[in-house]
Design a binder for this molecule. Structure first.
Ligand code: HEC
Ligand code: HEC
Length: 220
């Protein structure tokens, strides 16, 4: 019932429906990012001045991600379908329009060089295979079938994951497995994550993180 055909037809349907227009004002967004929401720390304390995030801290790069994807994530923290005790307090006082403005600001930022160093050859080869070919024996489609040919993102539903920090990628896959992130449309991501072994998570996160960050700008 959960075979590859089902995934791929859902992906097509989501891409067709992903037509919402970006409406944020990046200048307003910049102001809000500088100020914070009044209760949390300023965004750059964790996500960096350049929006590049930080691997050791588990802070994702935001620069260059799709505007509507980013806005959705912040609304999801506020609604509780995505939980993070670290992130939640930072955006809970913003209105939906303010979240859209902040998203527009980060989406327009140039992608800084955050490429992770390559891990050992065997791990990288395993990660590359999962990302580009999947593991059909275990019903795992290639990440690129949804996240775009270079995993740089497709439309506003499928975020760029190439050049994202490995620790962050791994933490999100484990969050879907544990149920603390359940905001993916049609459970598309949980269905992938729950089939991955811990070792596969380490491999695919290492490979994706080592891909050029510039690939993350594509996919529009
Ligand atoms: C104390 C550190 C910290 C601060 C301050 C912070 N964040 Fe975050 N942010 C995180 C962490 C950690 C995550 C990943 C949490 C998770 O696992 O869901 C995250 C995730 C996000 C995401 C989701 C990214 C994605 O790829 O899905 C967005 C968007 C975001 N933060 C925006 C902001 C904005 C805007 C601000 C300032 C108003 C801010 N953050 C302040 C730590 C922080
Ligand atoms: C069937 C489609 C599909 C496939 C295949 C897929 N993903 Fe996803 N993925 C999604 C969707 C949809 C989202 C966005 C969920 C949301 O809106 O929060 C997502 C989000 C993510 C995120 C969160 C990014 C962020 O910025 O927070 C990571 C990490 C991720 N996927 C990794 C992977 C990896 C690794 C693979 C391959 C092993 C993969 N995905 C395969 C659909 C897919």
């Amino acid at each position: 019932m959960n075979g590859p055909v089902r995934y791929l037809s859902l992906v097509g349907a989501l891409l067709v429906s992903a037509s919402a227009l970006a409406q944020g004002n990046p200048e307003q967004g910049k102001q809000l990012v500088m100020q914070g929401d009044g209760s949390g720390a300023p965004c750059m304390a964790c996500h960096g001045q350049d929006g590049g995030g930080n691997n050791a801290g588990g802070f994702p790069r935001l620069a260059g991600l799709d505007e509507n994807y980013l806005a959705k994530q912040m609304r999801d923290y506020n609604s509780g379908s995505r939980t993070s005790p670290i992130m939640q307090p930072n955006v809970d006082n913003f209105s939906d329009q303010q979240l859209q403005d902040i998203a527009a600001y980060y989406a327009a930022m140039p992608v800084p060089a955050t490429k992770a160093p390559a891990a050992d050859d065997a791990l990288m080869a395993q990660g590359e295979k999962l990302a580009l070919q999947g593991d059909w024996d275990n019903y795992i489609p290639p990440c690129s079938s949804c996240h775009g040919p270079d995993n740089g993102g497709m439309g506003d539903v499928f975020p760029g994951i190439a050049g994202q920090h490995p620790n962050y990628i791994a933490s999100q896959l484990r969050a879907w497995q544990a149920g603390s992130r359940s905001n993916d449309p049609n459970n598309l991501m949980v269905a992938v994550a729950e089939r991955l072994t811990d070792q596969q998570i380490t491999a695919v996160a290492a490979w994706l993180g080592a891909q050029p960050a510039s690939a993350a700008k594509g996919g529009k």
